[in-house]
Ligand binder design. Structure first.
Ligand SMILES: NC(=O)c1ccc[n+]([C@@H]2O[C@H](COP(=O)([O-])OP(=O)(O)OC[C@H]3O[C@@H](n4cnc5c(N)ncnc54)[C@H](O)[C@@H]3O)[C@@H](O)[C@H]2O)c1
Length: 326
């Protein structure tokens, strides 16, 4: 990465959010008023090449491999988006893989950032799945993490490590607990929450999709556009604004599946809902019912992080960003 300016590294840079974040940086290549001078997109397979006003390197690197991770840090990036992860359903199905990628991989990233020695900003994509179990029905800030899945546990441990690496002055860590990000484009993935996208994405494109939970099931969610805006802001807010807790609940919206379907119908007409099938899936239900669906993210809102105004907006943005332009 050449030139002065912000050198950005994105692990999981070929994934859903990694690609949207890269596109947002290309469209607005500055962080806190400093131009972006380079971007490394790293993933298991090299992400597709991208043209931008700054240099872009697309590289294959397994974050479970400490040597490969150290190579990503050879030019001491100063903003790291740590997005690479094995998603919830996959981490639950394969405990060893989840531990290797979500826990050991996060440690590899933090150690490489520490060794680089330039006190980089590290933005860690944590998850609402870090909360659960015996927690208030509406989760305020400051509630202990009580994850009820391997994925949530790996994210919670990652948060604690980020906190301590920040306390020690090794990195400037910013952990953001993402709500379920919907509507995700492309094909279904191994996230337990995958149906929360497919029942909208696939049905609006003429395919059927199964909903394994009832219409009354509540979801804490956020649109991709909003999440990308919040990820960008996470690199810009002053470190002091985080205080003694480097990890925050991001804003989101609570809607039932039924309310979300009604919003889709309002924007795109009734045909899509008729394509939804309603077969329960005890395995998916067991994981997603362990996630909390209502939060009061007072701290994040005070720091300027944003939530969606409606799920209708999410549907419109999906049609604009992921269907019309593709
Ligand atoms: N999308 C959501 O709803 C959501 C919600 C909460 C948290 N998050 C978190 O946000 C981050 C990005 O999520 P996403 O939706 O873009 O997921 P994604 O699955 O689309 O992207 C993750 C990327 O990580 C890569 N990856 C997996 N194992 C790897 C390894 N060993 N080495 C290098 N790369 C590896 C995958 O190939 C994938 O491209 C993840 O950390 C996820 O846990 C996402």
């Amino acid at each position: 990465m050449k030139g002065c300016g912000r050198k950005v590294l994105s692990t999981g840079g070929g994934g859903f959010l990694g690609q949207k974040l890269a596109a947002a940086l290309r469209a607005n290549p500055s962080i806190a008023g400093t131009p972006v001078s380079g971007l490394i997109l790293a993933d298991l397979a090299a992400p597709p090449p991208m043209d931008a006003s700054f240099s872009v390197e697309c590289v294959a690197a397994d974050i479970g491999d400490a040597v490969a991770v150290n190579q990503l840090f050879s030019d001491a990036p100063d903003v790291i988006y740590h997005l690479a992860a094995v998603v919830s359903g996959a981490a639950e199905a394969d405990f060893d893989l989840g531990m290797r990628v979500n826990l050991a991989g996060t440690m590899n990233v933090l150690e490489a950032a520490r060794t680089a020695g330039n006190l980089p900003i590290v933005i860690f994509a944590s998850s609402v799945a870090a909360h659960g179990g015996e927690a208030p029905d509406v989760v305020p800030d400051g509630v202990e993490l009580n994850p009820q899945s391997s994925y949530g546990t790996q994210k919670a441990i990652g948060e604690k490590l980020l906190q301590d690496y920040s306390r020690k002055g090794f990195v400037d860590g910013r952990g953001v607990r993402l709500p379920t990000v919907t509507i995700r484009p492309g094909v279904a993935n191994a996230a337990a929450s995958s149906f929360m996208s497919s029942i909208f994405r696939d049905t609006m494109q003429g395919k059927s999709a199964n909903c394994p939970v009832s219409k009354g099931f509540k979801v804490w969610h956020s649109a991709p556009r909003t999440i990308v805006a919040n990820l960008l802001l996470a690199a810009e807010v002053r470190a002091e604004a985080f205080g003694f807790n480097r990890c925050i609940n991001l804003p989101g919206r609570t809607d039932t599946i039924g309310e979300m379907i009604a919003a889709m119908t309002y924007v795109s007409g009734p045909a899509a809902e008729a394509r939804i099938t309603w077969q329960s899936d005890p395995i998916v239900e067991a994981v997603v019912s362990g996630w909390r669906s209502e939060f009061t993210p007072t701290k994040a809102l005070g720091m300027g992080f944003i939530a969606d105004n409606s799920f209708e907006d999410t549907v419109r943005w999906f049609l604009e960003d992921d269907i019309v332009s593709k």
